[in-house]
Write a new protein. Structure first.
Length: 287
């Protein structure tokens, strides 16, 4: 079952319980645009029709059929159609645990791994991503798990690397991290930028610059993304969307609907219905 979006658009965002810590999205988008956001895990996407334009810190990539887009955790990005007819794609969202476990088993990479390229032409890997989706939709756990491992190993072997160690933290980095912690703890009632800067002993513009440098987006954009992430976890646990909206600081459910749909790609009601179907069929998958 696919959730409807705008005219000519469709999307399904779901989980296959036999592949834990992995989300799947298949969709066609025409007018939909993803605002700047990031993911806790990885993004591996294969465009099958049209062109997707993905704006990353290193520039814009134009992903067409046969290409694979690889985005590491917490890397801010946006996405929009690169041609008038939009794009069709299959995307998987594996957790850091999934990727690092496969890397440890099948490659020489150690530590926290990442991808050194963001867009590569690899029709075979793109086809494998589609096959993971098809196997999951058919309930073929053996095939889904096998193809996932083959595909991830291929991409890690060709484009993987251990992520660099963190540099010593400068004062601006510490201020950004402290600001993030404050926003996380007061998500439903965040301070103004001036009040936040005063609380941290810095100036509003210095904090704004430090936060953007550390997280790739200003505090208010990061907060919207963080609210949607927390709302997703609440929806996973069965919380009604209206309750989740209030808990994370959105003014009402339509406010949640708008931002959730833009960032996740499907409305919160459709997202939760897919989760409910998974949990009803496989109650052991509820974590």
């Amino acid at each position: 079952m696919a959730a409807t979006a705008g005219p000519g658009e469709w999307a399904r965002h779901w989980q296959y319980p036999e592949l834990p810590d992995l989300d799947l999205l298949r969709a066609r988008y025409v007018r939909h645009t993803f605002p700047r956001h990031s993911h806790e895990g990885y993004v591996l996407g294969a465009v099958t029709q049209g062109v997707e334009d993905v704006a990353l810190p290193g520039g814009i990539v134009h992903a067409g059929p046969g290409s694979v887009v690889m985005i590491n955790p917490e890397v801010p990005h946006t996405a929009t159609a690169g041609v008038p007819e939009g794009w069709v794609y299959a995307t998987i969202y594996p957790s850091a645990q999934v990727i690092n476990d496969i890397a440890a088993e099948t490659t020489s990479l150690r530590g926290t791994v990442g991808f050194t390229e963001t867009d590569v032409s690899d029709p075979y890997a793109a086809r494998l991503i589609g096959e993971v989706h098809r196997a999951a939709e058919e309930g073929n756990a053996l095939a889904a798990d096998s193809v996932l491992r083959i595909m991830v190993t291929r991409l890690l072997t060709r484009h993987g690397s251990a992520l660099p160690a963190l540099e010593p933290r400068a004062a601006g980095v510490r201020d950004a991290e402290r600001a993030r912690a404050v926003l996380e703890s007061r998500m439903a009632g965040p301070p103004t930028l001036e009040a936040l800067a005063t609380e941290l002993g810095t100036s509003p513009f210095a904090l704004l610059r430090a936060f953007r440098k550390q997280y790739g987006m200003p505090p208010h954009t990061w907060l919207t993304d963080a609210r949607v992430r927390r709302a997703r976890r609440m929806l996973d646990a069965g919380t009604p969307p209206a309750v989740a909206a209030a808990e994370v600081g959105f003014t009402d459910q339509p406010h949640l609907n708008r931002h959730f749909t833009r960032i996740v790609g499907v409305p919160p009601g459709a997202y939760q219905r897919e989760r409910a179907r998974t949990y009803k069929t496989h109650p052991e998958s509820r974590g």
